[in-house]
Structure formats: C-alpha cells, structure tokens
Design a protein around this ligand. Structure first.
Ligand code: KG4
Ligand code: ZN
Length: 337
C-alpha cells in the first residue's frame, strides 16, 4: 500500500490553542481546539499576555490529545506545520517554539504556515472535490481580503480592507452594545430578530476590490451615542441587523464583481466571519443567481483551528517549501502571493 503522509498542525496565533493530525492533504484524523474565549470575556477582548501564558500551559496537552485522538504515535508523524503569522507575537511564539522543538527531536521537516492561507485551505477539508482556480473571500477578526487562487501554491491578492477588518467592526459594535466577546456571533444572533432595513447605515465606497469598514463602524457608534444623549430607546436588534446587512452587502458586491472581472466560477468563503449566517445565506443565494459555485467550510473549520494549518502545510510540502529551525514569528505577516 502507498505510504500516507501524517502532518501535525499547530495553531496558537490568537485565543485558541489547537493541534490536529491530517492524513495526506484532506483526511482529518484529529482536530483539537482549546479555546480561551471564557478567559478573555471578562476583559471584553483578547489580552495578549494572558493568551501567551495560557498557550504555554495548554500547548503540550493539546498536542498529546491530537496525537491520541488520531490513533497514531508521535514517532509516526512525518512533518509539522505551524502558524508563524499573522497574529499576536507572544501567542505565535508558543506554537512556533513547540513545533521547532518537536521537529528537532523527531528529526522531521518543519513547515511555516501563513494563518490567512490556512483559512482558505479549511475549504479543502470541507469539500473533497474543491480545486483551484477560485476566488476566496477571507473575512476574519484581523483581515478582510479577496484572493485569486490560481493553484495550491499560487495566490494573488486582489484587494483588502483599507482600515478595519470586518470581524473587528463586528466585535467593536458588539462591545458598545454590551454584548459579550467575541461580538460577531452575538450580533449574528441578535440580528435574526431585527429589521435589516430599519436604519440606513452608509455603504463604504472604496475603489476596485478593496474594502473599508471604519466609516460604517463610526456611523453605527454615532447612532448609538446620539440616541443615548437624547435619551431615546434604541432597538438593538434593528441596529445589529442593519449594521450586519451593510457589511454583508459590501462583502458580497465586491466578491461578485471580482469573480466576474477575473472570470472565476467558484467562490470560497473563509475566516471566522464566514460563520456569519447572513453572509453565508446571502452569498450562497447570489452565487446561485450568478451561476457561481459556492464553497463554505463547516462551522468548526471557519474559526481558528489547526487542521486548516496542517492542510496548508501539506500542500507547501509538495513543493518542498520547508522552514529551518531559525523560524521566527511574524506578527504582521501578509499574503505572500
Ligand atoms: O478567523 P478567526 O477565528 O480569528 C482570526 O483569525 O481573526 O475570526 C474571529 C472573528 C471575530 O471577530 C469574531 O467576532 C468573528 O470572527 N465571528 C463572527 C461570527 N463568528 C465569528 N462574525 C460574524 N458572525 C459570526 N457568526
Ligand atoms: Zn483566524
């Protein structure tokens, strides 16, 4: 029988300590995620120092659990893929150090993975039939970008946010509305009972395939502040629904424009904000109308996980894109293209 490659993935870029084992490119043997969300919730956002310390406590138990759940021995792992950016430097360093130590001890190759590329690759784990070329819309807490994927190892950045990321805007507005961290899922829930046409928040105007969410964010904050000053009662569900619609409309409009412009027939949604039900449903509907095929990762693969990192790493290993033990964390890493 042909030998299968086992890749151990490690992810610690923000507030999830995660490890996963993948057989070849797309078969998940284990996908362990230890979330720190409850720990950061009382601060209303991720506290970098606390995140790093918690990653240090969790990293080895999470890796052990991933190995055990996969039903393999550590000695059977062929290669290690780790997120080296973008993210919080102290948090990234925990994963990078663990991966380097294991790669050194086991004498196996190390692969340095860009977290954003990992989010796109989550789709290969959810859809066995998916292959490039396609257009990827990456929407996370820190990034909003449109990427043209020509091949597994060939990307082009078509556009990105000029200011805030979509997830950042969701989290900020939720915080002002006294909703718990992370705000995205809370706004998503609240919006279901609101009227999305109640308030006409401005749609951002930026050229080409770039995005902008800071003007929209300020407009929602102004709306909430001025209502509070006038002593008016605000319908939070309507605010959530109207804000969400403005974000979703802008994401969808640019995505469809880019698909048409570059004649791409497949649209792939990626990143934490991909878990947003309105974005998923509306983008799916627009894709159907425009004869575009729509791909979307399962909920657990939308937000941060190590299976997507192992998947990205596997495809890098096919072109021998290995890292040395000098690998360092790169907190502001962008798309390499
Ligand atoms: O990709 P991710 O897990 O971490 C980063 O790489 O940033 O994304 C986290 C972001 C947070 O801003 C969170 O509020 C947002 O994804 N998010 C959502 C939803 N679920 C998570 N935003 C809107 N609707 C959701 N259902
Ligand atoms: Zn992420």
């Amino acid at each position: 029988m042909e030998e299968k490659i086992l890749t151990l993935g490690i992810e610690t870029s923000c507030d999830e300590t995660a490890a996963a084992v993948l057989r070849d490119g797309r078969e998940i043997l284990s996908n362990v995620i230890s979330t720190q969300i409850p720990l950061h919730q009382k601060f209303g956002g991720v506290v970098p120092e606390i995140a790093s310390r918690k990653h240090i406590v969790n990293i080895m138990p999470v890796i052990d659990e991933a190995i055990n759940k996969a039903g393999v021995q550590l000695s059977e792992i062929n290669q290690i893929a780790v997120t080296y950016g973008p993210g919080l430097v102290g948090a990234l360093l925990v994963g990078v150090s663990a991966a380097k130590s294991l790669a050194y001890a086991l004498k196996i190759p190390l692969i340095a993975v860009n977290h954003l590329e990992g989010h796109i690759f989550a789709n290969f784990l959810s859809a066995a039939e998916l292959e490039p070329p396609f257009l990827a819309l990456v929407v996370s807490g820190g990034h909003t970008a449109l990427i043209k994927m020509n091949d597994y190892n060939n990307f082009e950045l078509l556009g990105q946010t000029r200011d805030d990321a979509a997830g950042e805007a969701f989290d900020k507005i939720a915080r002002v509305m006294n909703l718990p961290y992370p705000g995205g899922p809370e706004i998503d829930k609240l919006a279901k009972s609101g009227n999305a046409d109640a308030i006409d928040f401005p749609r951002p105007k930026v050229s080409e395939f770039d995005f902008s969410f800071s003007g929209l964010k300020s407009s929602v904050l102004n709306y909430l502040n001025s209502a509070q000053m006038k002593g008016e009662v605000v319908n939070n569900a309507d605010v959530a629904a109207s804000f969400q619609k403005a974000v979703v409309d802008s994401l969808i409009e640019k995505t469809v424009d880019a698909a048409q412009n570059f004649n791409l027939k497949k649209i792939v949604l990626a990143g934490g904000v991909a878990a947003n039900s309105s974005l998923e449903n509306n983008l799916r509907a627009v894709c159907t109308e425009n004869n575009l095929q729509f791909f979307y990762p399962s909920k657990i693969l939308c937000t941060d996980n190590a299976a997507m990192i192992a998947c990205r790493g596997y495809y890098q290993s096919l072109k021998k894109d290995f890292a040395t033990l000098n690998l360092n964390a790169v907190p502001n890493l962008g798309f390499k293209g």
